[in-house]
Design a protein around this ligand. Structure first.
Ligand code: HEM
Length: 145
């Protein structure tokens, strides 16, 4: 599982996460870089270009919801799978989200973090955050069968 160093790195990074905006920023990047993910959000209105995505209040609001779930996982590092169980169930059986998109979301989120953290985004910190997302993706993917 986690080393003390990994937990410390994740906690330190997580303190710098802006729960209000970073989720919407990451979700917006996902929608821009992987435009086929837009099909899950057909009720969100225009997502046709970067400006439309950035200015879309529903993207921001939804990003905040997603980040709330990640915040919960970050505070329960030893029980991520159980913490994300219900979300895994809803994404698998109600929302029918291809779980490959969880991995893609993790990647764009790491880019958002790297932009914020600058030189404190060291290789060990990056490795700990990548591991955090791998564990989150594993948890979210658990109910797919
Ligand atoms: C809804 C979390 C990734 C598609 C939600 C909700 C949460 C959440 C908390 C609201 C509760 C619910 O409806 O069950 C997460 C987390 C993710 C993630 C923690 C990854 C770290 C994704 C990805 C997609 C996606 C990658 C699609 C590309 C959706 C959709 C909804 C939803 C379509 C319902 C939106 C609505 O109509 O309100 N997610 N999600 N999620 N998620 Fe995710």
């Amino acid at each position: 599982h986690w080393t003390a160093e990994e937990k410390a790195a994740i906690n330190a990074v997580w303190k710098k996460v802006d729960l209000e905006h970073d989720g919407g920023d990451a979700l917006g990047r996902l929608l821009l870089v992987y435009p086929w993910t837009q099909r899950y959000f057909s009720s969100f209105g225009s997502l046709s270009n970067a400006a439309a995505i950035a200015g879309n209040a529903k993207v921001q609001a939804h990003g905040k919801k997603v980040l709330g779930a990640l915040d919960n996982a970050a505070h329960h590092l030893d029980t991520v799978k159980a913490t994300l169980h219900d979300l895994s169930d809803s994404h698998a059986h109600r929302l029918h989200v291809d779980p490959e998109n969880f991995r893609r979301f993790g990647e764009v989120f790491v880019i958002v973090l790297a932009g914020k953290l600058g030189s404190s985004f060291s290789p060990p910190v990056q490795a700990a955050i990548e591991k955090f997302f791998a564990v989150v993706v594993d948890g979210l993917s658990h109910e797919y069968h």
